[in-house]
Design a protein around this ligand. Sequence first.
Ligand code: HEM
Ligand SMILES: [Cu+2]
Length: 663
Amino acid sequence: MEMRILGRLTADALPFYSWVAVGGAVVTVLGFLTVVGVITWLGKWRYLWNEWLTSLDHKRIGIMYVVVALVMLLRGFVDAIMMRAQQAFALNSDGYLPPEHFDQIFSSHGTIMIFFMAMPFLTGLINIIVPQQIGARDVAFPFMNSVSLWLTAAGASLVLVSLVIGRFSTAGWSGYPPYSGPEYNPGVGVDYWIWAIQASGIGTTLSGINFIVTILKRRTPGMRLMRMPLFCWTALASSILMIFAFPALTVATATLALDRIFGMHFFTNAGGGNMMNYTNLFWIWGHPEVYILILPAFGIYSEVVANFSAKRLFGYTSLVYATMTIALLSFTVWLHHFFTMGASANVNAFFGIATMVIAVPTGVKVFDWLMTMFRGRITFHPSMLWTLGFIVTFVIGGMTGVLLALPPVNYLVHNSTFLVAHFHNMLIPGALFGYFAGYMYWFPKAFGFTLDAHWGKRAFWCWIIGFYLAFMPLYVLGFMGMARRTEHYDIAAWQPLLIVAALGALVVLAGITSLVIQLITSIGNRDNARDLTGDPWDGRTLEWLTASPPAPYNFAILPQVRDIDAFHDMKRRGVAYSRPERYEDILLPKNTGAGVLLGGLAFTFGFAVVWHIWWAAIAALIAILGTAVARSFRDKTEFRLPASEVKEIEDRRFRDLAKGGAI
Ligand code: HEM
Ligand SMILES: [Cu+2]
């Protein structure tokens, strides 16, 4: 065999197979160059490196996670619009996308939306908020936090690079063998997918460990578990799912890689393997994954609904138990993703019933949210609108989920657009609306000024109307027999519905545009929208006690908690803003570039393995080990912020508090 220094990487990797693909590559490269150019032009590289990229501050890491999520949301949405356009036109014609390219697009859309939009969004929000809600100064392992971020960024970069060099997977976001195996997919697409997921999946496992230890060990005095805000509980549940579920995905994709690279037979039936092992492993991760995505959103809705009803959350204890019950049950239902595999009727019945049982704790939650609003003084802040839109829409999605959980019904609509409608029904109003609610609710905490409410409301209305237009037709199309991932068709009755769905996607586009306008106008108007008190919404939980944006240490003095809704309670007792006699030195994590380096090496490793550039892969692996070892010999990982500086920062905060009328 001829050995090539660049493995299988040749000039053929450029995307000249289709003009649309060339366009995608050009936009990606130009976008990248523009960002680099603007930063250079502004002379901001040093600032960016010192203050952000190397930062171990949980708030900055969280913000960077959210930036990744928003950028990837745009990319994932472009994919969605392209698919909607293709299906709207492709009656009795090929449309404008060749099948090969269409398949890459649904694969990258699903992969991006789940792994590189939703996951970083929720991880970012947890990072920014949870330490503040439990009265902590940072997460338990700040360096590991940075490593998680950069592993996620490495994975996202692999997906983006596949647009320019080579191709992405055509095997969908779930990558089932045998189609994703070497026999049917000898190219690089599936490899890009595998290594993007490996990098981010390991990052997520580390985040899960980090959040669990933070929540269990870093709570301020008096913050008992049963006094934690609901967002902390859902973050805890989500993190527990991360550490138990993600390894299954890591193993599934790693063994798939072994089949692909070394010709092993984990999933090839003829070689003594079993492809259904992959499907099982994938969904043993995959079902808990949907709760990893949705539980933090439930937490956000809970905070928002209580805050903007000006009431304590109704049924706090039942919400905690419902959350943990859902987390536990989520491991018992994975087989509902492949009822059609042909397990016995009893097996299918078991998993069908287990699935429906989840509707019970979920119903408890909906009931509690409604009761929280009942007789509350409701403020229609945009975050509250996202929450209300969620409650109504989510109930519909939940009911279609119960339908899908019935094996006989499932046989009829399996892999039809009914399923596509169902899971978007859960993921968009269920998860994404929650992240938007959190984004608009906590934005002032992160940046010190509030977001424009008018554009926030417009964004909401466009998203919700667009959502209904885009996805209700898919329920109908499912009953009409339209399979998911259809590139073109010859059934005229489908087309009107697909055109409505495409129009819906355009309305969502208006929603996304509103979000962009909201951000830009709010930044322009920031001097008039300053949050001087750190408490713009008359908040109830501890994150509103810190300044906006918070000092690097969050709390100069760790707060004493006496009640659920700790901050509300402190305000009521008139002790929220008491000053100590004197301040003490505070230890904070020192910045380090090691996380960025590890992310860069993970990217190099992934890219090298994708293209079979073995020497580079081995070099990257050695460098990763070397960096990890070198870092572990570093003893001075913290610095001391002297009490005098703490006092200066706090003096400024109290001046702002007075100016804002809080004291
Ligand atoms: C914002 C509007 C969105 C639109 C218009 C949209 C549209 C689509 C379309 C047209 C498909 C292909 C359906 C088919 O197979 O026929 C699809 C698949 C998918 N979408 Fe979305 N989507 C949106 C948002 C999201 C979000 C927010 C998520 C996740 C958080 C998501 C996750 C997925 C997944 C996992 C797939 C399956 C991909 C596969 O078949 O492998 N989508 N979406
Ligand atoms: Cu499931």
